[in-house]
Ligand binder design. Structure first.
Ligand SMILES: C[S@@+](CC[C@H](N)C(=O)[O-])C[C@H]1O[C@@H](n2cnc3c(N)ncnc32)[C@H](O)[C@@H]1O
Length: 209
């Protein structure tokens, strides 16, 4: 399973706010592009992707949406925004994933909580060592995609990694602080669009498999 967490500070959290101009819905156009890159290849869908989206925009933040490869998920490249809109309409205002469609679930949950729950190394990193210093960096399975990170080509991926990716503005300062303990991974020397990073990363993993 290839697992991703996409964080958007601006993506709206009410279906009513998704109208024709997706840019005005907190850059929902970018959200649609990352979903297309995550799930679609020519003439078929990838069958091994789990994609977490955290929307932190108005009026009901935070919302945690999960899309998972499923032949019955009602998704089409032309109307990804329609699927998100319908998920937001059905969203509970509490924790606990509600499956709105096959492979498409939603709940109220913060970015920090989602990351901690998915990261097997999180607790270990908070335990002080014998010398009293905290473990400086992770050997956990959650990795932050960042152009200044370790080259993904030099990593031996185990297959249980969860890759965190930011929106067009990266991460706000409180999230950057929270992410400090997480190891960074780069897919190349240029700063790419989030959707491009996903395509390149998929390709790197495809080549290793
Ligand atoms: C459009 S970029 C964000 C640009 C933003 N101005 C910044 O400085 O963070 C969107 C996201 O893609 C990821 N990203 C961009 N280039 C990357 C690279 N070369 N390697 C790994 N991740 C990258 C990062 O997670 C980033 O938050």
């Amino acid at each position: 399973m290839r697992e991703f967490i996409y964080y958007s500070k601006s993506a709206v959290t009410s279906g009513n706010l998704i109208k024709d101009d997706l840019k005005k819905a907190g850059r929902m156009d970018i959200v649609c592009n990352v979903i297309i890159s995550a799930f679609f290849i020519s003439n078929e869908m990838r069958d091994d992707v789990k994609f977490h989206l955290i929307f932190d925009g108005p009026p009901n933040a935070p919302r945690h949406l999960v899309l998972e490869s499923n032949e019955e998920m009602p998704i089409s490249k032309k109307n990804v925004a329609g699927l998100i809109k319908r998920m937001l309409y059905k969203s509970p205002d509490s924790e606990g994933l509600l499956e709105v469609f096959p492979g498409a679930s939603i709940e109220r949950k913060s970015f920090e909580k989602v990351v901690k729950e998915l990261d097997a190394g999180w607790v270990a990193r908070d335990i002080p060592s014998k010398e009293g210093t905290k473990v400086p960096s992770s050997s956990g399975n959650v990795l932050l995609l960042d152009g200044k990170g370790v080259d993904v080509r030099s990593l031996k991926l185990k297959g249980d990694e969860v890759f965190i990716i930011g929106d067009h503005e990266g991460f706000p300062s409180d999230k950057k602080k929270f992410l400090k303990k997480i190891d960074k991974v780069s897919v190349g020397p240029k700063v790419l669009f989030a959707s491009q990073v996903i395509t390149v990363l998929h390709n790197e993993i495809d080549r290793k498999e």
